[in-house]
Design a protein around this ligand. Structure first.
Ligand SMILES: Nc1ncnc2c1ncn2[C@@H]1O[C@H](COP(=O)(O)OP(=O)(O)OP(=O)(O)O)[C@@H](O)[C@H]1O
Length: 561
């Protein structure tokens, strides 16, 4: 039980200031003893103190061992023999430093002698052995029973118990030590939590900022697009827009000769295909051509150019997205049940392409010649409505113009009309697209690539024409599996129209309007054309023959700029 009241005065004074050490003062007479507190251990209730001049022994010159009351100690001058009751004080101040240094340095407390000239020895210790001759013997003291001050390298350890002094005396110190630790922990934790939260907040702020910035840009982009869409013109996008639309070119849907095609989004509803054109290619004429030509065309069977990008070296074309890809994906023999679309649908597709080409040839202000009609350049929308695409090689010419001048062969081998390959076969005209369309039709019917163009030299243009087509036309071996009579009719009609379209001389080929009529009719009345590639018709048509023949009928007219 505590014998003190909270109002009782403390028998010591413990003080601390911000920059100085903690000190403890004991009310000794005549001079109070003030010592430095080096540590307080509240748990084991121990106080470690040291003398400001490193001379703890000197305290006992003028004071007895009860000086530290109410603290008690383990009471042990540890460098004294354990059985010592009396101790003797020696004043070694007159001893030279040299002598002190020669002392047994391993002896506990010997180190203190260098700074403190007061030496304490057990009364039964030998002065000779300790080599204390040069020191002056001062006096003897009796150590309290069971007690010894525990001094370790000039630190004195004092113990306390709550019973020995009023509890409020150490409250401040306990609290102070705890609060100091707690405040260090709190400050550190606070700093860590605070800085983490700051980083998170800054991160969140930038996320939100960029989110709204991007959202704002998306909205502006969409608004501009819709305005342009209403005004029927393609929108110009920056390269940054293109990256955002394609989500950093995340989903590649195909690769053409001029670059890769990526899926993108203008909004959650507007899905687009972005064709990135290879930077290194040409002088950008095809790009300008495509933007210039396609920007003007709006037809259900022609891919609409929604936008483009011409930003530094970056060139891109933005179209509507067609999940079914190109017609090439569906050119398959009828016995391939997975990819075969059925004869009715194939006929609808063939008709749609013909209507699209007819629109290009007749329906616009200027005649547009595509020059690269082939199954890769026909895309299919969700409902398998065909869309003609890829206008990089297209030419604009005036309506009353029959032929165009062309400086180099253009198009895809196998679909390229002979006159496009070499001017020696005649003049290039809108009929050149009809030839390509005819080849496409025959591929649809055959379900495979049935033409293989071999170019030997400028003078010879050999086409390996499949015999089975004439089997189909003549009623012989039709080569393709057909289940029903109706289907046979469709296949035969498509083949007849196809062969008409690939007639060697362009004047023998029908116009697209006629092709549309032929496809829309029953097909029974269609006459079967002669095989343009049979021997009698000349498999190898030499250049001169063609030129002579065609030049009589068609004049060369310059294309429009
Ligand atoms: N608008 C689109 N929607 C969906 N897929 C498309 C679209 N445009 C192109 N693709 C896909 O990307 C592929 C490549 O198209 P692209 O037009 O670049 O090349 P190509 O016509 O095959 O060859 P080339 O570049 O020689 O004309 C197509 O085969 C098709 O699968």
């Amino acid at each position: 039980q505590n014998n003190y009241n909270s109002s009782d005065e403390c028998p010591f004074r413990l003080s601390c200031s911000r920059n100085k050490n903690q000190t403890i003062e004991f009310p000794a007479i005549p001079v109070p003893v003030k010592l430095v507190v080096t540590d307080i251990d509240c748990q084991s209730q121990q106080l470690y103190i040291s003398h400001p001049q490193n001379c703890l022994s000197s305290i006992f010159l003028t004071n007895n061992f009860s000086i530290f009351y109410p603290f008690y100690s383990s009471y042990y001058f540890h460098y004294l023999p354990s059985n010592t009751d009396n101790i003797t004080f020696f004043n070694c101040s007159s001893v030279g430093q040299h002598h002190l240094r020669n002392w047994d340095q391993t002896r506990p407390g010997a180190q203190d002698m260098l700074s403190c000239p007061i030496y304490v020895a057990g009364s039964d210790e030998s002065v000779i052995e300790l080599d204390l001759f040069p020191c002056t013997r001062m006096f003897d003291k009796v150590l309290p029973i069971y007690s010894s001050y525990y001094i370790w390298e000039n630190h004195l350890r004092l113990n306390w118990s709550e019973k020995t002094f009023p509890s409020h005396c150490l409250k401040y110190e306990k609290h102070n030590k705890l609060s100091k630790n707690t405040s260090i922990i709190l400050v550190t934790t606070g700093a860590i939590v605070g800085s983490t939260m700051l980083v998170v907040l800054i991160g969140a702020f930038f996320r939100v900022y960029f989110y709204f910035k991007a959202k704002g840009e998306d909205e502006t982009r969409l608004e501009n697009f819709l305005k342009d869409y209403e005004a029927s013109k393609p929108t110009r996008f920056s390269y940054a827009d293109i990256k955002r639309i394609t989500d950093q070119f995340k989903e590649k849907v195909g690769e053409g000769a001029h670059g890769a095609v990526y899926k993108g989004k203008l909004s959650s509803q507007i899905v687009v295909a972005v064709k990135m054109l290879n930077n290194a290619e040409g002088d950008g004429r095809e790009f300008i051509n495509e933007v210039g030509t396609m920007g003007k065309i709006h037809h259900v069977n022609v891919v609409r150019l929604l936008g483009f990008c011409a930003d530094g070296f970056h060139r891109a074309l933005v179209y509507g997205f067609f999940p079914n890809g190109s017609l090439q994906n569906f050119i398959s023999p009828p016995d391939n049940k997975d990819a075969f679309l059925g004869w009715d649908l194939l006929q609808q597709i063939a008709l749609g392409i013909a209507i699209g080409i007819d629109y290009l040839h007749q329906g616009c202000d200027h005649r547009i010649l595509h020059f690269d009609i082939n199954p890769h350049n026909v895309l299919l929308d969700n409902n398998f409505i065909p869309k003609i695409s890829d206008f990089g090689l297209a030419k604009l010419c005036s309506k009353n113009q029959n032929t165009v001048s062309m400086t180099a062969a253009r198009g895809t081998l196998g679909y390229m009309a002979p006159e496009v390959f070499s001017r020696n076969f005649g003049n290039v005209s809108y009929k050149s697209d009809i030839y390509s369309y005819g080849m496409l039709l025959l591929e649809i019917v055959g379900g495979r690539k049935n033409t293989k163009t071999v170019i030997n030299d400028e003078e010879n243009f050999d086409v390996l024409y499949p015999d089975w087509i004439h089997g189909l036309l003549d009623g012989g071996d039709i080569h393709i599996p057909i289940d029903e009579e109706g289907e046979f009719k469709i296949a035969k009609k498509l083949a007849i129209v196809g062969v008409w379209c690939i007639q060697w001389h362009s004047m023998h080929r029908p116009s697209m309007k006629t092709v549309v009529q032929m496809l829309q009719g029953e097909g029974e009345k269609l006459s079967v054309p002669s095989n343009p590639f049979n021997a009698s018709y000349s498999m190898n048509i030499t250049a001169n023959t063609g030129t002579r023949c065609l030049n009589l009928e068609l004049d060369v007219i310059q294309e429009l700029d």
